[in-house]
Structure formats: C-alpha cells, structure tokens
Design a protein around this ligand. Structure first.
Ligand SMILES: NC(=O)c1ccc[n+]([C@@H]2O[C@H](COP(=O)([O-])OP(=O)(O)OC[C@H]3O[C@@H](n4cnc5c(N)ncnc54)[C@H](OP(=O)(O)O)[C@@H]3O)[C@@H](O)[C@H]2O)c1
Length: 286
C-alpha cells in the first residue's frame, strides 16, 4: 500500500509518516512546499503523479484565533483544500482519512459527544473543519473522519511546550479550569490511522487519549511530571478572553472505536509522560 500524508511539517503528519516508515509502509509526507492544498490544479496533479492507495489528510489551517480575522484563507485551506484532496482520492479510488476536531461542537453540557451528534461550531476554524467533513461525506464513500482534540506532538508548538516554558519562567501560571477535554499525543494517533486504512471500516470516529481534564488540571500534571515548582491558579474562561470562543465541553465518546474493533489510545497522563521523555531525549540529542 502506498500512502500520502499531508501536513508532514506539523505535529500529526510528522508522527504519522514516522510511524508508517517504521512499519515499512511506502509513504510520502507533504507540506505547502510540495503543493498548496487550496490550489485545485496543483493538488490534483501531485496526487495523480504519486498515485496513492490512501491519503491521510492531516494538513489544515490550524491557527484558531487568527482564523477569526483570516476567514477566507482558513476557508480556502480547510474547506476548498479538503474538497481538492477528496476529489483526487475519488478519481484515484484511494481511501481518505480526514482529520477533524471537537471544535465542530458547541460544548454545551457535560455529556460525551458521539460522532453522529449535531455539530454547532463556535468559530471560523470549527466551521471550516466541519464543512471539510461535509465535503468528504458528499464526495466520497471510502472515508474515515477522525476527530482529535488538544493535540501535542514533538514536531510543532503546542500547549505542553508553552506550559513548560511558562512553568520555568514564572512562579505561578493562571490557567482556564472550565474547559474540559482530552489531551491527545499525536504519536498515539498515528498507529490508529495506519490500522484504519488497512480496513474498510469507514465512518466517523473520535480518537483522543483516554480520560478527561481541564486545562488547569493538565497544566498541574505537566508541572508535576516535569518537576517544575510553579503553582497553577485555576481561572474561568471569562478571565482569559481569546478572539475565538472555545467549547467548554470537549468530551468525546470513543465507543465508536470499540464497535469497529480499533484499539483505544492510552490514558493522557501516560501519553504525557512518554511525550516529556521524547522531547527531553531530543533536547539532549539522543
Ligand atoms: N493541534 C490541535 O490541537 C488539533 C486539535 C484537533 C484537531 N486538529 C486537527 O489535526 C490535524 C493536524 O493538526 P496539527 O496540530 O498536527 O497541525 P499543525 O502542526 O498546525 O500543521 C499543519 C500542517 O498543515 C500544512 N498546511 C497548512 N496549510 C497548507 C496548505 N495551504 N497547503 C498544504 N499544506 C498546508 C502545514 O504545512 P506548512 O508547514 O507547509 O505550512 C503543516 O504541515 C489538523 O487537521 C487539525 O485541524 C488539531
């Protein structure tokens, strides 16, 4: 099987390519230096030349706050870009994995969202990712839509890296406590995506590390595991206004994985511990 992975210069795309290579799967990771997703002709040409059997589409416009004022670009990449990928996959008969987000939900209440629950995105980024999902469903039959949340991986900036920096610089850090979700190590998602494309269990899935926490609880655990003495001061979202509103409830049900016979990801605390080891080994040049 020949696999094309978009977004290789990002967190999930990078780990997915690394994993596929470790399994000796023929694959190619791409970024905007290979082709711009929003350019239909360039996307079609690139995919037609590579002739993948499956595409794992991790690339996206991911700057959630900037998207609020950069709507057209965000739409061009996340909606038009996804359509371009889906149309090429359809033409080539390739399977498609489209990575989406819990930001398609409004986050009201405390329930765990099932994949088929109604979407009500709160911001531009969430809306474009949801429209990307709709395009995939409309254009394709052989697709997996995989929603992840609160991602951290070695190849990119993320919440864990920010908190490690702040925790080293400050004696206390104020962190939002009324948004609840599941941190997700991109290195744990990669094997699941590889498992999926080896099957015909198409559909919409949620894939996060197991367990839920608030951003403040996540930060406490980051500091505890990293041995940082900084104190976490839990604050409500109202004290940390951002250009884009975030859902307060990002709990995602993973029963969909069980039903299809896919494995669930390990607990987020375990994922964090392996991640801290990975990035500290990298810093030490091991
Ligand atoms: N990060 C999160 O917390 C999170 C949470 C839920 C869902 N997700 C979803 O998970 C997926 C992976 O996220 P991530 O955090 O790994 O992303 P990321 O680190 O921000 O990387 C984004 C990738 O997309 C590529 N890209 C952006 N615009 C492009 C364009 N016009 N043409 C071609 N490539 C383009 C970038 O390539 P260049 O370097 O060339 O720009 C980069 O490789 C995304 O679909 C995202 O929506 C992320």
């Amino acid at each position: 099987m020949k696999v094309l992975v978009t977004g290789v210069t990002g967190q999930l795309g990078y780990d997915t390519v690394e994993y596929l290579r470790s399994q000796k799967v023929e694959c190619l990771g791409t970024s905007s230096s290979n082709f711009d997703l929003s350019d239909a002709g360039a996307t079609q040409k690139f995919l037609a030349e590579y002739q993948p059997d499956a595409v794992i589409h991790c690339a996206a416009y991911t700057n959630v706050n900037q998207a609020e004022t950069d709507k057209e670009r965000c739409y061009a990449v996340n909606v038009e870009g996804t359509k371009n990928i889906a149309m090429s996959c359809r033409r080539l008969g390739a399977k498609l994995v489209y990575i989406s987000t819990e930001y398609i939900f409004d986050g009201e209440g405390e329930q765990y969202y099932e994949p088929e629950d109604a979407a009500f995105p709160l911001g531009v980024y969430g809306r474009t990712k949801y429209e990307g999902e709709l395009a995939v469903k409309e254009l394709m039959e052989q697709y997996f839509i995989v929603r992840i949340s609160w991602a951290f991986g070695k190849n990119g900036n993320n919440f864990v890296k920010t908190m490690l920096r702040l925790g080293a610089e400050r004696s206390e850090v104020r962190v939002v406590q009324d948004q609840i979700g599941s941190p997700t190590y991109t290195k744990d998602v990669a094997p699941l995506l590889a498992d999926m494309i080896a099957t015909n269990q198409y559909g919409v899935y949620h894939a996060t590390n197991e367990g839920v926490c608030s951003w403040a609880e996540f930060t406490k655990e980051i500091f505890r595991q990293a041995g940082l003495p900084a104190k976490v001061i839990p604050i409500p979202s109202s004290e940390y206004p951002t250009p884009a509103r975030r859902p307060k409830n990002s709990r995602l049900s993973k029963v969909c994985l069980d039903r299809a016979g896919f494995h669930r990801l390990p607990a987020w605390q375990d994922a964090l511990s392996r991640y801290l080891e990975e990035i500290s080994a990298d810093r030490a040049g091991k």
